[in-house]
Structures are given as structure tokens and as C-alpha cells.
Design a protein around this ligand. Structure first.
Ligand SMILES: [Zn+2]
Length: 57
């Protein structure tokens, strides 16, 4: 799983330190690379995450 965006590392919010699991999924989109999910942390920061089903390394 890769994470895009700024302020977040791969596991927790860079702003408040909550784990990713605390974030709500605002929306998700299926792409050729996998499922892109838009998450919103309880502190208000957003992140975009790619949950790939097609991992090719
Ligand atoms: Zn946060």
C-alpha cells in the first residue's frame, strides 16, 4: 500500500498522529492501479490512498 499527499506518513496522520484507521473514507474510486480512497482524519486533514489490487512490484 502506498500513500500519496503531504503531511502523512504511511501509517498515521502527520498532523495529529492518529492511526490511519481513525480516518473516515470520504470516497473511493476504482482505477487501473487499484482503489483510490480519499480519507479524512478526525483532525480535518485529508489523505489519498491507493489500495492496489494489481501489485506488480
Ligand atoms: Zn489527523
Amino acid at each position: 500500500m502506498r500513500a500519496y499527499g503531504t503531511g502523512f506518513d504511511s501509517r498515521s496522520c502527520g498532523a495529529c498522529g492518529r492511526p490511519v484507521s481513525a480516518a473516515e473514507v470520504e470516497s473511493s474510486h476504482y482505477t487501473t492501479e487499484g482503489i483510490v480512497r480519499y480519507l479524512r482524519c478526525p483532525c480535518g486533514r485529508r489523505r489519498v490512498e491507493l489500495a492496489g489490487g494489481l501489485s506488480r512490484g
